[in-house]
Design a protein around this ligand. Structure first.
Ligand SMILES: *[C@@H]1O[C@H](CO)[C@@H](O)[C@H](O)[C@H]1NC(C)=O
Length: 231
C-alpha cells in the first residue's frame, strides 16, 4: 500500500484573529498528484494534470485571483515530489501508512428542490486519509456517466481530507439517486441515497416496518415514538 502514501506539504497562514485563511497544498502518490490554492475553505486554483492547465473554479462575483506560471511550477513540483517519495518510501518502509475511512458522507441538493428545475446534487465526503476518494453516481440504479465533477482533496485541520462531488440533475418525482464512495480503507463502497418523492401519510403498516428497521440501528427513542403511533 506504500505506493498510495500521499506526501503533503501544507503552508497555512493563520494569524491570532484571522480575517482570512489561505492554504497551498502540493502532494503526490504514484497514481495521483495535487497542487492547489485555497482561501477560507474554498478552492481558488488547482492544477488539472489531465487538461494540462491551471483551473480557477471561482464564482464570477469574486475578484479574480490568478497564479502566473501555476501549471508549469505544479508539473515541476510533481516531479520532485515523486523523487522525494522514493526516498521517503525507503526510509519509512517499516512504518505502516495510516488509513482512515471517510468519517461522514452526506448527500444533499444545492438549491431547494423544485420538480422540473435544474439543480445540483452534492456528495460531501470528509474525514478520510489518505486522499483521494472515488465517487460514482447512480440514477434509478443505473450508473450515471455524465454531468458529475469532483474537486481536488481539501485538507481538514486534523490532517484528514474532504472531497465534494457534484451532479447536475433535474429533480423529477420518484427518481432515486445514490453516490458511492470508494476509499483505500473501505472494503466496500459507502453509499448514500437521495430520493425525490412526495410525502404521504405513512400507514400503520409502514410504520411497523420502519420501527423494526430502526431497532437494528439502536435508535431507542425513535422506537418509542414510533411504537406509540402504532398502538
Ligand atoms: C479509483 O478509481 C481508479 C480508476 O478506476 C482506481 O485505479 C483506484 O484504485 C480507485 N481508488 C480507490 C480508492 O478505490
Amino acid at each position: 500500500m506504500k505506493e498510495l502514501l500521499l506526501f503533503l506539504s501544507c503552508v497555512l497562514c493563520v494569524s491570532a484573529d484571522p480575517l482570512h485563511s489561505d492554504i497551498a497544498i502540493g502532494g503526490c502518490s504514484e497514481s495521483d498528484g495535487e497542487n492547489m490554492y485555497g482561501l477560507d475553505g474554498e478552492e481558488i486554483a488547482y492544477a488539472d494534470f489531465n487538461k494540462q492547465e491551471f483551473i480557477y473554479p471561482q464564482p464570477p462575483f469574486i475578484d479574480p485571483i490568478t497564479v502566473p506560471g501555476g501549471y508549469e511550477s505544479s508539473v515541476a513540483f510533481q516531479h520532485s515530489c515523486r523523487e522525494n517519495m522514493k526516498l521517503f518510501g525507503k526510509g519509512m518502509k517499516d512504518y505502516p501508512p495510516e488509513q482512515d475511512a471517510p468519517s461522514a458522507v452526506m448527500i444533499y441538493t444545492r438549491d431547494e428542490v423544485e420538480f422540473g428545475e435544474k439543480n445540483t446534487l452534492i456528495c460531501h465526503v470528509t474525514g478520510f486519509y489518505p486522499a483521494p476518494v472515488n465517487v460514482s453516481w447512480t440514477k434509478n440504479e443505473q450508473k450515471v456517466t455524465q454531468g458529475s465533477t469532483i474537486n481536488v482533496p481539501y485538507p481538514n485541520k486534523d490532517g484528514t481530507f474532504t472531497q465534494i462531488s457534484r451532479l447536475q440533475f433535474t429533480p423529477q418525482q420518484g427518481d432515486i439517486y445514490s453516490c458511492a464512495v470508494q476509499h483505500l480503507a473501505l472494503t466496500q463502497p459507502l453509499t448514500k441515497i437521495y430520493g425525490t418523492h412526495v410525502k404521504t401519510e405513512p400507514s400503520v403498516h409502514q410504520n411497523m416496518g420502519l420501527t423494526l428497521g430502526l431497532v437494528g440501528v439502536a435508535a431507542g427513542t425513535f422506537f418509542l415514538v414510533k411504537g406509540n403511533e402504532c398502538s
